[in-house]
Write a protein that binds this ligand. Structure first.
Ligand code: GBH
Length: 460
């Protein structure tokens, strides 16, 4: 890797987009205001034992009430772009049907505020806050949920498409499907493998319907999906471990990349799933794969780590792999390995195998136990180093021929970290959840300076 500390904005193409990212339930709060109906995360948080310390997103960063000052905060970072998500239960509280003007107005103000500050809005339509009313009818394992998503996408596109030109349909279908319906550590907390693969098919179908809906009303839109991807490596060079890494790659990466890029589901993973596969369940209807592979303009990738696996044939699940810790590697607060070289590897592999028109890193970041010093700042040198190393790795991917077009740091500010509540902090801005005070961390200062040296046209 190049010397990471010397990295400047000049190491990246002039039109390369730099931003920060958030999501609705993680920052907005105002969960019971403005006509918003409950989402599956409100329900999940209210279920004892599901979220650390019984915490929830009722208040979160109170962003809903602090929009203007948060917009100024974003602008102070010198970013070109801001990635946020729209809360479906604010827009269509009934899941389907009537729209809620207060919800539309909030995002309209957000978008106008960004444009007024010369920041490009990047809108994610679904970052896990499914209206509870749709879960009551079965949620993502039901095909109807994908159809409802298409209608919702059309509403948001009609309302904001005159000003928003960058659209992400679904954030991380793997997480929504597998953690939500398979292992149950995310909402709605179900533990059924077949359900989780039904959900994954309908989330992908929703992506295709979303692409079509956005294109129909915003002809000049750029649309794509965001996948959480992580390169999979074998723990040893034994054929058994190599095969385990290939299975892991099928489950985590190829299962989503294949359909999105028009190759269908990977047969090796279909075979492993047996009766739990969407095919065996009879859920893949004629036309679905065409819809899912509707041409998109970019691939969004959330990258945090890699996986290193060994063969574990007796571990009792369909995959038969075991994640191993790598001796001598650094790990972040979630026990995720810091593996920047794997970002280069992953990007080059995506370009080679799928040839996307453009790739954006739509999330990358790290959690550490931050300590606030007496002067109120957080000297998070490990987080700064993490960003530097991953940006350098991105530079290497560009040099190697990957069509990298942008990078969004996760996250603008500390926020509600799902099942971990407020315990795990990913922000480049510290949030005191007692007072809601925002304080730039050292990593945020570094990013701000890195981008300031380089301010350029934000026309993209
Ligand atoms: C993102 O998900 C979310 O989009 C975002 O809302 C969230 O705040 C952020 O991450 C931080 O958690 O166990 O070492 O193999 C990321 C989800 C993280 C899931 C990495 C897979 C595997 C790492 N992914 N994880 S490892």
């Amino acid at each position: 890797l190049p010397d990471t500390t010397r990295l400047t904005r000049q190491n990246f193409p002039p039109d390369f987009v730099f931003g920060v990212a958030t999501s609705s339930y993680q920052i907005e709060g105002a969960a019971h205001e403005g006509g918003r109906s409950p989402s599956i995360w409100d329900t999940f948080c209210a279920t004892p034992g599901k979220v650390m310390n019984g915490e929830n997103g009722d208040v979160a960063c109170d962003h809903y009430h602090r929009l203007d000052s948060d917009l100024d905060l974003i602008a102070s970072l010198n970013v070109n772009a801001y990635r946020f998500s729209v809360a479906w239960p604010r827009i269509i509280p009934g899941g389907r049907g009537a729209t809620n003007q207060a919800g539309l107005d909030f995002y309209s103000r957000l978008v106008d505020g960004l444009l007024a500050r010369d920041i490009t809005p990047w809108l994610t339509l679904y970052h896990w806050d499914l209206p509870q009313v749709l879960q009551d009818k079965g949620g993502w394992p039901e095909r109807d949920t994908a159809l409802a998503f298409g209608d919702y996408a059309a509403v948001v596109a009609a309302e904001l498409g005159d000003r928003v030109k960058h659209w992400i349909t679904i954030n991380e279908p793997w997480v929504a499907a597998f953690l939500g319906y398979g292992v149950g550590i995310h909402a709605p907390g179900h533990t059924d493998l077949a359900e989780s693969f039904a959900a994954s098919h309908h989330l992908l179908l929703a992506h295709g319907l979303g692409v079509q809906a956005v294109r129909a009303s915003v002809p000049d839109a750029q649309v794509g999906i965001t996948l959480n991807l992580g390169a999979a490596y074998p723990a040893s060079s034994s054929p058994a471990d190599e095969a385990a890494a290939h299975r892991q790659d099928g489950f985590a990466n190829r299962w989503y990349l294949g359909p999105v890029f028009g190759r269908g589901y990977p047969q090796d993973t279909v075979d492993l799933l047996g009766a739990a596969s969407p095919q065996a369940q009879g859920l893949v209807l004629p036309g679905d794969l065409e819809m899912i592979s509707s041409p998109s303009d970019f691939l969004g990738v959330n990258m945090y780590s890699r996986s290193v696996v060994e063969d574990a044939p007796d571990n009792g699940d369909f995959l038969g792999v075991k994640q191993v810790k790598v001796e001598g590697s650094e790990y972040t607060g979630f026990d995720w390995e810091v593996a920047p070289q794997s970002l280069t590897d992953l990007m080059l592999r995506l370009q080679r195998d799928y040839n996307p028109a453009a790739i954006y890193i739509t999330e990358n970041g790290a959690t550490y136990p931050d300590h606030v010093s007496p002067d109120g700042t957080v000297h998070d040198t490990a987080r700064t180093r993490y960003f530097q190393q991953h940006l350098a790795a991105l530079g290497a991917a560009i040099t190697g021929g990957a069509k990298m077009a942008g990078y969004f740091a996760w996250s603008l500010m500390d926020n509600f970290e799902w099942a971990e509540g407020y315990d795990k902090r990913f922000g480049i801005v510290h949030v005191d959840f007692g007072t809601q005070a925002r304080t730039l961390k050292a990593s945020g200062k570094w990013y701000q300076d890195f981008l300031a040296r380089t301010q350029q046209s934000k026309a993209t």
